[in-house]
Design a protein around this ligand. Structure first.
Ligand code: SAH
Length: 359
């Protein structure tokens, strides 16, 4: 069941600056998180396997026109090696993410998903951008469990400015999310926070949309400037009316995480890499104590990871044993446990359970 919260209330929380009031919001979100999804923090091994992209997103460093990126696509053997590392570290899931790369054929992806599913106990999440209904169906049939596709902003005018469609097409991520649901994926989406031109009201509508889409996974992170992307240029940046621009900071991100937890109690919500990047000291801990229950350590080999530059200076939670140990220690230091299962979305399980939880 979803808790409803009025637009005006969400919008007011997003503007709240009183520390005492905010402490109440954090406490409420943390309590709902504990009661609805428990204390386990599920780890997902992120494999950024290709940085080729056919799109021209105004925020992203991987956009097709950026000639300053050296492009790569990992081999099946390299990807399988990373999946093996996820198993070794005890992670329940691998996330295969890439630019929107037409070089990655539907057949290759199906083969890869089948191979991971037959050789490991891992859940497989795909995050490959906007692909056809047929491709999404084929990958689901091959055994893919989950798909991540952020709608980025629910403000259609802003979306069109920052996320142009491919020539001759319309980009409709909400329609794709409905398709994913029909295909019985665990469906993940999310937005960036502090996109130039984004207002608190936009963000409040985003959070309400998470609820009405009844998402299984919701990832939100601050927008970070990439110097080679058009949004870095003040002359090409959309502007919000005076005083209404959402800041792209850790505080606002935590507010969105907390409010999202209140609206979607049973969803899986990560403390994202972008949050850990704007606040390298304790971004992860802030997210996890204000509503989040997932973290995604990066398993991409270092020589490729530096090239998967959607934004600069990505926080580096390393695949090395040390980095892995450190993530565990940090989770235990805030009184939480590391999840030992696949960490399926409780929201998804509820849909398949005749006697769902009171949340
Ligand atoms: N090609 C896939 C994966 C993109 S990367 C897709 O389009 O879905 C995953 C997410 O990173 C994006 O959905 C976007 O929300 C986020 N992202 C991209 N560039 C960013 C930036 N400059 N700052 C913050 N987040 C960014």
């Amino acid at each position: 069941m979803l808790l409803t919260m009025e637009h005006s209330k969400i919008s007011a929380w997003l503007r709240e600056s009183d520390q005492t009031r905010l402490a109440q919001l954090w406490q409420e979100a943390d309590g709902v998180r504990r009661r609805a999804v428990g204390d386990a923090v599920h780890l997902r091994g992120l494999i950024e396997f290709s940085n080729y992209c056919r799109r021209q997103c105004a925020y992203c460093g991987l956009r097709a026109d950026n000639r300053n990126v050296q492009r790569y696509c990992m081999s099946d053997a390299e990807i399988m090696q990373c999946a093996g590392q996820a198993v070794q570290f005890g992670y329940g899931t691998v996330v295969l993410q890439s630019g929107e790369d037409p070089g990655v054929s539907a057949e290759r992806m199906s083969r890869l998903v089948r191979r991971i599913k037959s050789r490991t106990p891992l859940a497989v999440t795909l995050s490959l951008g906007e692909r056809t209904d047929e491709e999404l169906a084929q990958w689901r049939a091959a055994g893919a469990d989950r798909y991540l596709l952020r709608f980025e902003t629910s403000n259609r005018r802003l979306y069109e400015r920052i996320h142009p469609p491919r020539p001759g097409t319309r980009s409709d991520r909400i329609a794709i999310l409905h398709t994913l649901r029909k295909l019985d994926y665990e469906v993940g989406s999310g937005v960036m926070i502090g996109i130039p031109g984004q207002t608190h009201d936009d963000l409040a509508r985003d959070i309400r949309l998470f609820g009405s889409l009844n998402l299984d996974m919701i990832g939100v992170g601050p927008y970070l400037v990439h110097p080679d992307a058009p949004l870095a240029d003040p002359l090409r940046r959309p502007a919000a009316p005076s005083g209404q621009q959402v800041p792209a900071d850790d505080l606002t991100t935590c507010k969105v995480i907390a409010l999202t937890r209140l609206v979607c109690p049973r969803a899986n919500i990560p403390a994202t890499t972008a949050l850990a990047t704007v606040n390298k000291d304790d971004g992860m801990e802030l997210g996890l104590t204000r509503g989040a229950n997932v973290f995604m350590p990066n398993l991409t080999p270092p020589e490729y990871r530096v090239l998967y530059e959607i934004y600069p200076n990505k926080a580096c939670t390393s695949e090395a044993d040390d980095g892995h140990r450190r993530v565990r220690e940090r989770i235990e230091a805030i009184g939480r446990t590391v999840g030992s299962s696949r960490g399926d979305s409780s929201n998804y399980l509820d849909r398949h359970d005749p006697a769902p939880s009171p949340y």
